[in-house]
Design a protein around this ligand. Structure first.
Ligand code: SAH
Ligand code: DHB
Ligand code: MG
Length: 221
């Protein structure tokens, strides 16, 4: 019953606040058609990403974890002329679906999908001088959450915003569980944040279409 209610409220907000969007709908359809997992951000969370890019005036955006590029499209929508997002994806098949979605949305000039392990991609971006980044969205293998956040901090500047998805997972974040390496990755990140003087952070729980989860919001001092 609770999940039904969360879902109903999400649907209501979507109807009032989001409107129809052919490119985003096509991106999800293409993702499903290719058999990719249904783990993209919710539409309302996508809108939050778009708003954060707009609010901060971000021009250089990093995404870790592309899947079909659904969140990339939301982020890219708010970029100004000349703005750019590089999104890192380990799985070649995911990157192909994402590139097609980006092209269909007419955003190829702003979104670059790069294939390979994100840790390699981040080292490469650093070597290329892709900095300072204004905003980062981290949504890949949770085991590497802390290395990704640390990279984003080092590629950032004072004021850079970093969002990390899926930090609650129905409350599983509360306990060490060596059999759940994703949860251990989230907990490691939180432990590091506790002692890291470079940043200030918060985390919010969310309920909705994707159940009970949440995200962390980190600002580079
Ligand atoms: N941000 C997307 C969802 C990403 S799902 C959206 O909301 O639309 C997580 C993605 O991270 C998957 O496509 C997975 O293949 C990718 N991933 C997992 N481990 C990775 C790694 N080490 N490097 C890069 N991408 C990785
Ligand atoms: C999973 C990953 C995500 O990034 C997400 O938002 C939801 C689920 C998963 O791996 O199950
Ligand atoms: Mg996620």
């Amino acid at each position: 019953m609770t999940q039904d209610l969360w879902q109903a409220v999400d649907s209501y907000f979507e109807q009032r606040l989001l409107g129809e969007d052919a490119a985003l709908a096509a991106a999800l359809a293409a993702s499903d058609a290719a058999g990719l997992p249904q783990i993209a951000v919710s539409p309302l969370m996508g809108k939050l990403l778009q708003l954060l890019v707009a609010i901060t005036g971000a021009r250089r955006v990093l995404e870790v974890g592309t899947l079909a590029g659904y969140s990339s499209l939301w982020l890219a929508r708010a970029l100004p002329q000349g703005g750019r997002i590089v999104t890192l994806e380990r799985v070649e098949a995911h990157s192909q679906v994402a590139r097609a979605n980006v092209e269909r949305a007419g955003l190829s000039d702003r979104v670059e999908v790069r294939v390979g392990p994100a840790l390699d991609g981040l080292a490469q971006l650093s070597a290329e001088g892709f900095a300072p980044i204004d905003l980062a969205f981290i949504d890949a293998d949770k085991e590497n959450n802390w290395p990704y956040v640390d990279w984003a901090i080092r590629l950032g500047r004072s004021g850079t915003l970093i969002l990390v998805d899926n930090v609650v997972r129905e409350g599983r974040v509360l306990r060490d569980d060596p059999s759940n390496t994703a949860v251990m990755g989230v907990r490691r990140m939180l432990h590091e944040l506790e002692h890291d003087a470079r940043v200030e952070a918060t985390a919010l729980q969310t309920v909705g279409a994707k159940g009970h989860d949440g995200f962390a919001l980190i600002r580079v001092k």
